[in-house]
Design a protein around this ligand. Structure first.
Ligand code: NBP
Length: 482
């Protein structure tokens, strides 16, 4: 066990993510990796299974700290929440000015903001780093979204770059911004992931129920789509899942899986925070809600029992598959546009200087939403970093316009057939909202003025107005304190 300061990086927390990240670090030239875990059995197991990694192991936090060269840099990979706070406190007790504590877990970004402030006051650097890619990513190359100070990134950046995934020759890591910026962007990444998965699931449902195809045939469709502009990890694994046959029954696996989707909460965080920031992320919210609806089997059964007949499935022609593909692509553009809107709003609220193009770049490899499509987002922000929405970019504007007719046909077909497409429909409504010259928000303002004297502005001049609704219904100029 370790006594001397020989390691340039340490990992605390050796469950699946931490041990894989430690192995990834150890496999890169120039790294000597210190490891520690609360239950020592995990340390021994890791050392036994991977002697080649040359880990510097410690059975106490004191020895772990002593094994690190200065500035000491330790990555924490423990369960988010109380476990993370416990480990931070242990490290902070022994760390000295300039040392760096990295939280690579799935922390809520507001916790990261708090932790960074507390540790900064003690002269320590704290980096909240979102890490995406699951256990395989941690081992072979994740997408890494670190926040924190620029000073900490000077030491940490090259180490993270050495273990990150590589896309188009560039490591999938960038200094996202100060304090909680990295965990905020990771949260949005997960929100977009929810939306993307929901849209793919809706496409599958339509191909199955309207198109009449079996899962294996739909796998072929997804495989073909993966060769085009939808090329992505999620489309690729969808084909794999649909092709899988259940060994026990001989049925497609997808037909024996209970149709109740679980979640770990990052989608909910995305929607809660977007609501607080006033950013419409309907595609992500519908994806979170769709999982919630699926997870209420008793309610679904009770309502189903009251329904006597369901609509007939609409009959469709040869172009149906292409229509579904176009609807999927257009809805996906909307989901990403909404996700980037949330990043812009978060950056404004929390005073982060976030380079949107750089975020799209680091999502091109290692993470769950990795896709060809992200290159188009990189190009959009390279072309004009000040666009108010991705839908304003010429490429995306044309992509959506090209698919628009098909998108509408698909939403109509789904509605006629009684097939839920909350993702496709919400995305289309959002697009139509942005595309409409006048919105019925004017009526809402009238209603608000009626019951709450909330006032309104006029289209033909400055000022704020109110109708004397319970009086003679004349308009008066109001002050804007209402
Ligand atoms: P878990 O989230 O299952 O956490 C287990 C680890 O936390 C063990 O090392 C455990 O130590 C340690 N721990 C706990 Br629990 N409470 C502790 C405490 N009070 N003090 C010290 N250590 C404590 O591990 P994981 O699945 O490897 O994930 C690690 C982090 O990475 C999490 O934040 C997770 O959200 C995030 N993440 C996971 C994935 C994924 O695909 N799994 C992907 C991306 C990010 P013990 O051995 O002594 O109990």
């Amino acid at each position: 066990m370790a006594e001397q300061a020989v390691a340039n990086i340490g990992v605390v927390g050796l469950a699946v993510m931490g041990s894989n990240l430690a192995r990834n670090l150890a496999s890169r030239e120039g790294n000597t990796v210190a490891v520690y875990n609360r239950s020592n059995s995990k340390i021994h197991a890791l050392l036994e299974e991977h002697p080649e990694a040359g880990f510097v192991a410690s059975e106490t936090i004191e020895d772990f700290v002593a094994s690190l060269q200065k500035p000491r840099t330790a990555i924490i990979m423990v369960k988010a929440g109380a476990g993370t706070d416990a480990v931070i406190n242990q490290l902070a007790e022994h760390f000295e000015e300039g040392d760096i504590i990295v939280d690579g877990g799935n922390a809520l970004f507001t916790d990261t903001i708090r932790r960074e402030r507390e540790l900064r006051d003690r002269g320590l650097n704290f980096v909240g780093a979102g890490i995406s890619g699951g256990e395989e990513g941690a081992l072979k190359g994740p997408s890494i979204m670190p926040g924190g100070s620029a000073q900490a990134y000077e030491t940490l950046g090259p180490i993270l770059a050495s273990i990150a995934a590589v896309a188009e020759g560039e490591p999938c890591v960038t200094h996202v911004g100060t304090d909680g910026a990295g965990h905020f962007v990771k949260m949005i990444h997960n929100g977009i992931e929810y939306a993307d998965m929901q849209l793919i699931a809706e496409a599958y449902d339509l191909l199955r129920r309207v198109g009449g195809h079996e899962p294996a045939a739909i796998a072929d469709v997804f495989e073909a789509w993966n060769g085009g502009d939808l090329e992505s990890y999620l489309i690729e694994i969808t084909a794999e899942v649909l092709r899988q046959v259940d060994a026990k029954t001989g049925k497609p696996l997808v037909d024996v899986i209970v149709d109740e989707a679980g979640s770990k909460g990052t989608g909910v965080w995305t929607v809660q925070n977007a609501l607080a920031l006033g950013v419409p992320v309907g595609g992500i919210a519908e994806a979170v809600f769709a999982r919630a609806v699926s997870s209420k089997p008793e309610q679904r059964k009770a309502v189903r029992a009251t329904i006597e007949s369901r609509p007939e499935i609409a009959s469709v022609g040869e172009g149906f598959e292409d229509d579904v593909r176009a609807a999927l692509y257009a809805s996906k553009v909307v989901a990403y546009a909404q996700g980037f809107d949330a990043i812009i709003a978060g950056a404004k609220e929390y005073d982060w200087d976030i380079d949107k193009g750089a975020i799209a770049k680091i999502w091109r490899g290692g993470c769950i939403i990795r896709a060809q499509f992200l290159n188009r987002i990189v190009e959009a922000y390279e072309h004009n970093a000040t666009i108010t929405s991705l839908l304003e970019d010429p490429y995306f504007a044309k992509a959506v316009a090209d698919g628009e007719a098909a998108w509408r046909r698909i939403v109509v077909t789904a509605a006629q057939s009684g097939i839920p497409v909350p993702g496709f429909a919400a995305a289309l409504s959002y697009y139509d909202s942005l595309a409409s010259e006048r919105l019925p928000a004017a009526l809402i303002q009238g209603q608000r003025d009626f019951f709450g004297a909330h006032t309104y502005r006029r289209i033909d001049g400055a000022g704020t107005f109110h109708i004397l609704w319970s009086g003679d219904r004349t308009e008066i100029e109001a002050d804007d304190t209402h």
